[in-house]
Design a protein around this ligand. Structure first.
Ligand code: SF4
Length: 329
């Protein structure tokens, strides 16, 4: 598939049914019927940056800020392991309180729960990533959000486009399973932008790719901007599957937020991962990158049971084991 094929399919409403079916067949062929369950622990909503779209941006004074202790993080990971969740995703804003030494200590302690560890804690130096790998971290998520340098500079005024891609390169060199992703429906994003995002997913040979709709947060400068739509986001998920074949692709919580059946729809057009929140209930509402997030009032046990029922309802299987990258097996 080349650039023009992709833009044609994104533009043509009649391509949707074929595309979604083809992506589901490709997922079946390259990933099987397993759906991997990853438990997210949002361990700090404090962030020094000011991404225009994000409710956690430093300048948003409406957020009640929190940090989990190492003990709280480990307890959440142990509870996830007891529910047969074999990967935890430790996610935070860019919070300098969590030095690399603190993060490495947390990774070592969490690994003792018998889970794989994915980190999603922003941009760091190559040496810091190396220390986290040495501590036992298996995977790292760092979305580039858009392949358009001008749009990136507008959305992430205190990040460098070049450094973001350097980080992804270092993570790969250090042996992490690497995830990235984008938002669909960003202001100023065109079909051509999305086609370049998709080709970059393929060229970066990513292990994991997250695609979610843009959902404006009212307490950010992009508050009045229209949200992304589910149909285009599903087409992007489907094209991601067709271009990358065996990458792990989550049915993102953001898809379930803009459409009650959004996650189920994503799992039927290429996605093979679902990521319930397993962090402490009392902080869930405060991790509001975007508003009206689903499941913020549901306990980890409830969410684990809910995703099991969702998986069964699709006639699929809940995967056993760590669910490492299919690119390395
Ligand atoms: S997107 Fe990440 S880096 Fe940007 S403000 Fe939000 S939490 Fe911070």
């Amino acid at each position: 598939m080349n650039f023009n094929d992709i833009t044609d399919m994104l533009r043509d409403p009649d391509s949707e049914a074929w595309l979604l079916k083809k992506a589901d067949e490709t997922r079946r062929e390259y990933c099987g019927e397993d759906i991997h369950v990853r438990g997210i622990i949002e361990f700090s909503n404090i962030c020094k940056k000011n991404c225009l779209y994000c409710g956690l941006r430093a300048k948003n004074s409406e957020v009640r800020r929190y940090r989990l202790t190492e003990e709280e993080i480990v307890a959440a990971a142990e509870a996830a392991a007891s529910m047969d969740i074999r990967t935890v995703v430790l996610q935070s804003g860019e919070d300098d309180y969590f030095t690399v030494d603190k993060l490495a200590s947390i990774v070592r302690a969490v690994k003792k729960a018998g889970v794989a560890v994915t980190l999603s804690a922003g941009e760091k130096t190559r040496e810091e990533y190396a220390a986290l790998k040495a501590a036992g971290a298996d995977r790292y998520l760092l979305r580039f959000e858009t392949s358009d340098p001008d749009l990136f500079a507008m959305l992430k005024p205190d990040s460098s486009f070049e450094n973001r891609f350097n980080c992804l390169k270092w993570l790969k060199e250090l042996g992490f399973q690497v995830g990235s992703g984008i938002m669909v429906g960003l202001p100023g994003q065109s079909y051509e932008t999305i086609a370049r995002d998709l080709l970059l997913f393929r060229d970066l040979d990513l292990d994991m790719i997250g695609v979610g709709p843009f959902i404006p947060h009212p307490d950010t400068p992009l508050g009045p901007t229209p949200r992304g739509n589910i149909d285009l986001t599903l087409k992007v998920v489907a094209l991601t599957r067709l271009l990358t074949l065996n990458a792990h692709i989550p049915a993102t919580t953001a898809m379930g937020t803009i459409d009650r059946l959004g996650r189920q729809k994503a799992l039927q057009c290429g996605a093979n991962v679902i990521m319930p929140n397993v962090g402490p209930l009392k902080y869930r509402k405060d991790y509001s990158i975007y508003p009206d997030k689903i499941c913020v009032n549901d306990s980890a046990e409830h969410c684990s049971g809910c995703v099991s029922r969702l998986i069964e309802s699709l006639g699929r299987k809940r995967a056993k084991g760590f669910g490492h990258s299919l690119k390395k097996s």
